[in-house]
Structure formats: structure tokens, C-alpha cells
Design a protein around this ligand. Sequence first.
Ligand SMILES: N[C@@H](CCC[C@H](N)C(=O)O)C(=O)O
Length: 276
Amino acid sequence: MLLNFSKMHGLGNDFVVVDNVTQNVFFSKEKIQQLADRNFGIGFDQLLIVEPPYDPDQDFHYRIYNADGSEVSQCGNGARCFAKFVKQKGLINRNKIIVSTKAGRMVLYLEKDGNVTVNMGRPVFTPELIPFKANKQENFYIIRDNEHTFFCGAVSMGNPHCVIEVDDVDNYDVQGIGEIIGNNERFPEGVNVGFMQIISRSEVKLRVFERGSGETLACGSGACAAVAIGIMQDKLDKEVNVTLAGGRLIIKWQGEDSLLKMTGPAEHIYDGQVTL
Ligand SMILES: N[C@@H](CCC[C@H](N)C(=O)O)C(=O)O
């Protein structure tokens, strides 16, 4: 069969987006890995699937798969592309879009300037809900293995994140350390590992080694996680510009019990068809 898809990106974090409202396609883990391959497939960090809503008060259900074929419950850059996709494809004609994911409900706003704002919900710091093995909730944790000791923060933005503050993110071994922490047994479902360099209370640089996809040019939920942790540690203000390799996001969070908002671009690259 022929699959219609769009290639999109949010700050270089790239996606294949599939309309499964008008199409009905099943993707096996092997098929996703093959399509994600940058030499033998289309190439993407994540596959995003638009499904009909599960509930009448939602517009769509949003499914996310990493390049390794694992299904996950959050993708912030993907959410902005999702919003542009459903509007551009005429699947909705409103600028406020309500979606459900494996992690819950999300609201997406198409802004007049072309950016998209995502209400990412409340950051969750309870260790067992991240999930992260710890005796109690803290703003700083120590993670050790035989050779290393890391000081980090941990949070769920619908998906698990660990954030480490570093002095010089451009010259940091993101892949090496990302793999070590990503495989640490204290994160039973794996973890996205963010490396944050704080420039000022309102400006950070961030690189993220993503679970299931490796280092990407940007990670939206990773940017939200880094700012939420920085605010909890009283190192950041309530509005922060996050610079990633692919560009900049604005993250706003008033603190515990408030909803966190992310604003940034979403770009359509091309439409294509592939034989499945
Ligand atoms: N690129 C993403 C996050 C995608 C999912 C992540 N790799 C996971 O396994 O949780 C983003 O922009 O948030």
C-alpha cells in the first residue's frame, strides 16, 4: 500500500507525520526502524500519528514513536508540528486544538505570528511517577556508577527527563554521558538526558540525548524539563529562552501546580508517499 506522509521539523528535531484519520495504517516496530533510517528509509527522529479522538471533548489522539520503534507519551516539538499539520491538511479549522496522548490531555495554540504554543501540563516531580528510583522527592539527586558521580534533577513532562548542569555544553560528551545515564537502572523506563548551561536567570543553552533517538537538534519536552528543574532549584526565572542546536524556544512556568507553556516554530518540509 501507498502511505501519504509529511516531513516536518521543530528546530531541526525532525518528524514523519501521518494522517490516520483519513488513512488506516499500522506500523510494526521493524517498519518504524526501517522508515527512520537516514540511509535506507525516509529518516526521522520521531514518527507522529494523527488519530481520531478517543473522547468527544478532544479533537485528535496524538501517538508518538521514537526512531527505535518504541512508543512514547510526549514529544513537545512534535506537538507544535502536529498542530500545523492538522490545520494545513484541513483536518480542523480552529487555532486551539485539544489532543490526548498516552500521558493525558494537551492544548495546542496556533499563534498569529506562525509560532505554536503548547500547554504542556504540570511538570511531575514525584519519583515513582517519572519513573525514577529515589527514597523521596528532591530538587537535586546524585546518580553514581563505578566511574562517575552526577548531580542532576529529574522530572516527567509526560515523559521522563534527567537534567545535568554543565559549564560548557558545546564541548560536553553528550552521547557518552547520555548513554550512561540513559541506561542507569534508577530510570526503569529509560530517560531523556538534558545537559544545560545556564547563561543567566532567563537564558540557557541545552543539548539533549533522547531516549530511543540519540542526540537531536532540539527536544521540546527536554527544554520544558530543564526550565522546570532550573526553577525548582531557584536558578532560573519564570520565563526562559532555551537555545538548542536547531534554534530557540520560550518556556514559561509560574512554579509548582501551574501549567507550563512552550512556544516555538514548526515547519513543513515536504509531502511524500512511500510504499509499505
Ligand atoms: N523530541 C521530543 C521527545 C521525543 C520522545 C523522547 N525521545 C522519549 O523517549 O520520551 C520532544 O521534542 O519533546
